[in-house]
Design a protein around this ligand. Structure first.
Ligand SMILES: [Zn+2]
Ligand SMILES: [Zn+2]
Length: 170
C-alpha cells in the first residue's frame, strides 16, 4: 500500500512522488511535487478529499507558488502501487472530470487541478449521494420509457405471437 512510507513513482511523469501528511484525514498522500503535480490516492482515501468541506490545506500549501510540468495525457498509465493498467473514469455523476483508476487495488490518480474541479462540484457527501440517486432514477426512467415504447409499438403492429395470445385469452 502507498500509505506506508514506501516511495512510489508518478504514473503520469515518472518522478518520485513525495508523501504529504494530511492531519484531518490521518493519511499520507503521494504527490508529484517535483514533476507534474499529480496526486495518487489509495483505495478509499479519495472519498476523504473530494468535497469542499474536507480540509486539504497541506496540499494547497505544497501547490502554492509552484508550477508543474505538463504531461502527455495520451500516454498509457500504470498503477504505481500494483502495476496494473489504469482506466479513465468519471469521478462523479456530473460526468465532468475523468480520473485514472486501478481496478486491481482501487488506487486513483488525479492530474494537477483535477482535485480542485472535483471538489467544486459538491460541498458535502450528502450532495454527492443525492446526485448519484438522481442519475439512477433518470436511467431507470429512460429504460421504462423504452419498454413502454416497445410495448406500444408491439400493440399497434402485433406479432403473430401477440395475436395468438389475444385470440386465446380475450
Ligand atoms: Zn508526475
Ligand atoms: Zn493498483
Amino acid at each position: 500500500m502507498a500509505d506506508n512510507l514506501q516511495k512510489i513513482k508518478c504514473p503520469a511523469c515518472g518522478e518520485e512522488m513525495v508523501k504529504i501528511y494530511m492531519p484531518q484525514q490521518g493519511v499520507n498522500l503521494d504527490v508529484c511535487v517535483n514533476g507534474c503535480g499529480g496526486i495518487y490516492f489509495d483505495n478509499r482515501e479519495f472519498s476523504k478529499f473530494d468535497e469542499k468541506n474536507e480540509d486539504i490545506s497541506p496540499l494547497i500549501n505544497v501547490f502554492e507558488n509552484k508550477s508543474f510540468n505538463k504531461v502527455d495525457e495520451t500516454v498509457k498509465r500504470y498503477c504505481p502501487v500494483c502495476g496494473m493498467d489504469m482506466v479513465k473514469n468519471y469521478a462523479s455523476a456530473k460526468h465532468e472530470v475523468q480520473v485514472d483508476e486501478c481496478y486491481a487495488c482501487g488506487g486513483k490518480f488525479l492530474d494537477y487541478s483535477e482535485l480542485e474541479k472535483i471538489r467544486a462540484q459538491y460541498s458535502t457527501e450528502k450532495e454527492r449521494a443525492a446526485d448519484v440517486i438522481k442519475e439512477l432514477y433518470s436511467t431507470v426512467g429512460k429504460e421504462l420509457k423504452n419498454f413502454e415504447d416497445k410495448y406500444n409499438e408491439e400493440m399497434s403492429n402485433p406479432s403473430i405471437l401477440t395475436r395468438f395470445i389475444k385470440m386465446k385469452y380475450n
